[in-house]
Design a protein around this ligand. Structure first.
Ligand code: IPE
Ligand code: IPE
Ligand code: MG
Length: 224
């Protein structure tokens, strides 16, 4: 049975779900938040240490302003209402991506990170305004600035995911088979599951099924 320390998820399909069932993409984003809560619970149940959630990509700024605003409003409300409880559950919150948001949101994010920084049960990495290519470029720049040599260890150390093991498992919901600029370096040897279901329709049961399947895969890492 494979150990499972880190699950990464591309939570895709909110917009399509919202349009289909509520005639509004934004309603899909709201419903997607319920799935986030369910998946956090299930992650804890499975004693997984790291959960990385792709919530907003550097490319998602190209969406209509109304949708972008709605998403960040949802996030603000989530932080205001839920961080205390996450903290009580010994969950650590970390943001991946560059925090270039409104000063209100930046403050909420910084406070949430600070408050939960010593927690040890589960680390949730929220990828927000995250793009893997820019993360890699910044890592190379830092290596150059410090006059360090370029090798795998130094590159990993200069990514935002330093101190986080690479994902063992990547799940992308929403019936699309691509990485969309997510963790390109870190996913080099991850097991990848592309799920047909849209994120708001994804359940604990779907998640458990994938975990079980993952645990039984023969991971080779180049060996036989
Ligand atoms: C993923 O769902 C959530 C975000 C990118 C914020 P989408 O909004 O991409 O949903 P679809 O893919 O359009 O259905
Ligand atoms: C990936 O979904 C980003 C997030 C889930 C946050 P997108 O819906 O933005 O991906 P593309 O544009 O279809 O590749
Ligand atoms: Mg999408």
């Amino acid at each position: 049975m494979n150990p499972l320390k880190h699950v990464a998820i591309i939570m895709d399909g909110n917009g399509r779900w919202g349009l289909k069932y509520k005639n509004s993409r934004n309603a899909g984003h709201k419903a997607g938040l319920n799935t986030v809560e369910k998946i956090i619970k299930e992650t804890i149940k499975n004693k997984i240490n790291f959960l990385t959630l792709f919530a907003f990509s550097t490319e998602n700024w190209k969406r209509p302003k109304k949708e972008v605003n709605y998403l960040f409003n949802l996030l603000e409300n989530f932080l205001i209402n839920r961080v205390e409880d996450l903290h009580k559950q010994n969950i650590k919150l970390k943001i991946l991506g560059s925090k270039k948001f409104s000063s209100k949101l930046n403050k909420l994010l910084n406070n949430a990170e600070k408050k939960t920084s010593k927690n040890t049960k589960l680390q949730i990495n929220l990828a927000l305004n995250y793009g893997s290519k820019s993360e890699l470029i910044n890592a190379f720049k830092k290596i150059k600035k410090n006059k360090n040599i370029i090798n795998e260890k130094n590159l990993s150390k200069n990514l935002q995911t330093r101190n986080i093991p690479d994902p063992d498992l990547l799940i992308r919901t929403g019936n699309t088979k691509r990485l969309s600029n997510f963790l390109l370096w870190q996913l080099a040897y991850s097991e990848i599951f592309f799920e047909k279901k849209l994120w708001p329709a994804f359940t604990e049961k779907d998640y458990s099924r994938i975990i079980t399947e993952y645990k039984n895969i023969k991971r080779n890492f180049g060996k036989i």
